[in-house]
Structures are given as C-alpha cells and as structure tokens.
Design a protein around this ligand. Structure first.
Ligand code: RIB
Length: 314
C-alpha cells in the first residue's frame, strides 16, 4: 500500500520550537512582556516532512535528534503525522535542536536556532539511506544541517536521477558546485538576495535573481514573496503569481509548508507550474494557524481552499 503513495525523502533538521506571542518584536536590548508560551514541534526539515506527509506522500525523514526528552517528543510527533523515522538517529553528545521564536500581533516572527544535533547529521546517515533516496520521486533538503551533507545528498540524487529540491534557508551564500546539482530552489526574498546579491522586491528584480541562479546551474527557481505570492522561473517561462488573501495568525514555517507541498505535488506527478500553485495554497493555509507542524494543512483542506478560490474567480 505504502509503495503506491508518492515517495518523498526529506533530509534536514528537527527542532523544538519555544514560542512566545508578543505585541511586537522587541527592540535590541529591550525587554517586553509576551504571552502564551508554547513548545511546538518544528525545524525546517521536520516541518517539510510533516507537510508532505499530511498531504498524502509517503515520507522518509533523515535527521539527527538528541537523546533527550525534546528528541523523543519530536520523533513521536513525526510518527503521529505518518512520517517514517527509521533514518532518524540519536546523538548522545549533543542536545536536540531548539528554536526560540517570538510571534508578533501581525503574525510576523523572529527566530534564533540552536542547531544542536542537527549539525551532526553526516555522510554516514545519508549513505545508510541510499536505497530509499534512489527509489524516491523527490528529495528535499534545507540549510540547518552541514553543507557537506547536503552536497553529498545532492550528488546521490543526481547519480540516481531523482529530482532534488533545495530550500536555501536559513540564508547563506552557496557554491556553484552545489547549486549546479539543484533541480528546484525555493528561496524567499532574503535568501535570494544573499544567494545572488539582488535585492528582490518585485517581478523584475525576482527575474534578475532567478536568472543569476540559473546561470549557476540551478534547474528551476521559485522565489517565495510572502503576501506578494511567488515568482517562478522554469524553462522559458517566468511569471509572478499572487498569494491568496488570508488572515495571518502566524507566518512561522510558511516557507516549509510551500516546499513540503511542492515536493508532495511533484512526487504525485504534477508539473512544476501546477505544483507551485498547489504549494502557494498550502503556504497560505499554514499561516492561518499557530505553530509550525500543527499548521500544515491536509490535502482535503488545500483542495477545499482551492475550490473556494476558484469559485470566487468565476
Ligand atoms: O521555518 C520555520 C522553522 O525554522 C521553525 O520551526 C524553527 O524550528 C526553525 O527551524
């Protein structure tokens, strides 16, 4: 039964998110009073794994967790969400990754990550999962794990002709040797600027940034622009699509919802253009709920939302 589902492998981080709501993001050196402290499963890799799983993919997650209570809670939650965790290994040298998140009244956030065990995800973890990677329809990674591990994963996907999606978050410059192995990259505006030097604010600047990435060997580029939607550059086509208008409660992990939904949809056989439209709706729905993994929508929710949007256009 599991074999019939679209198969996605996610290589990445798992963090426990320590989240506080606050009236606004504090200034440097300032203390303010917040409310509603919550511990919520997060981490860009785990969020994308849960996003794809809730949409209906069979997801294998390759990660390192600390042998501590947060690690156990994150693993249990992944399993509850249907993610296959046999390639999540324990580290007794380092604690599970943690993210400190403040969310303001408008749903914007600031995040500081202590990566902990995520930084120990090594080549041996990827080698152990080579067969699963070789048989996947799509492999996804982000940048909260060592670059060497991402590079090795990308090379393996090329060897096995499996499409490789890179979400280049958190932002950092990347070598052309890695970019040239990426089939689809999904930066936001900040990440696109750090990768290309182009200040992305509209369709024209997104086009210039996308071309720079493609000149370095990236197959296709999707730049996510928050409430402005996304810019897609694929083969000869380049276009900007708006985001559906929604009430924003918490924008944490909107990018992860986008990349996870994109991976699911591509693995399911959609074209990149179709998958990006589906992902745009998944990301929009995710910001209407608090938290990272709990905010990832199901396939029924995304389909229902898309039907409503279509009926508003008709
Ligand atoms: O993208 C959101 C995620 O970034 C959070 O869940 C946090 O853990 C950090 O990894």
């Amino acid at each position: 039964m599991v074999n019939k589902l679209p198969k996605v492998v996610v290589v990445g981080s798992a963090n426990m998110d320590l989240v506080v709501r606050a009236p606004r993001i504090p200034l440097r050196g300032e203390t303010i009073l917040g409310s509603d402290f919550q511990m919520i499963p997060g981490g860009k890799g785990a969020n994308q794994a849960v996003a794809a799983s809730k949409l209906g993919a069979a997801v294998w997650f390759i990660a390192r967790l600390g042998a501590d209570p947060f690690g156990s809670q994150l693993k249990s939650n992944l399993e509850k969400e249907g993610v296959e965790t046999s390639f999540c290994s324990w580290s007794d040298q380092t604690a599970t990754g943690v993210a400190l998140i403040t969310v303001d009244e408008g749903g914007e956030n600031v995040i500081v990550v202590a990566p902990g065990a995520n930084q120990l995800l090594g080549l041996e973890d990827i080698q152990a999962a080579e067969q699963v990677i070789a048989s996947a329809q799509v492999v996804v990674a982000q940048l909260e794990i060592p670059l060497e591990t991402i590079h090795y994963t990308a090379s393996l996907t090329q060897t096995h002709h499996v499409p490789f999606i890179l979400d280049p978050a958190p932002a950092q410059p990347l070598e052309q040797s890695l970019l040239s192995l990426v089939d689809v990259i999904t930066p936001n505006e900040t990440e696109a600027r750090i990768l290309t030097g182009v200040e992305v604010s509209d369709k024209e600047t997104a086009r210039v940034a996308a071309l720079r990435l493609m000149e370095q060997g990236v197959g296709s580029v999707i730049i996510t622009l928050g409430s402005k939607g996304y810019f897609i550059a694929h083969e000869q086509t380049m276009n900007l699509f708006p985001a559906p208008s929604v009430k924003v409660i918490d924008s944490t992990a909107a990018g992860d919802a986008f990349t996870g939904a994109l991976a699911f949809s591509l693995a399911h056989g959609s074209s990149l253009a179709q998958a990006a439209q589906f992902a745009n709706c998944g990301a929009a729905l995710s910001v209407t709920q608090m938290g990272a993994q709990p905010s990832m929508p199901t396939r029924e929710e995304v389909n229902h939302f898309r039907k409503n949007l279509a009926s508003q256009v008709d």
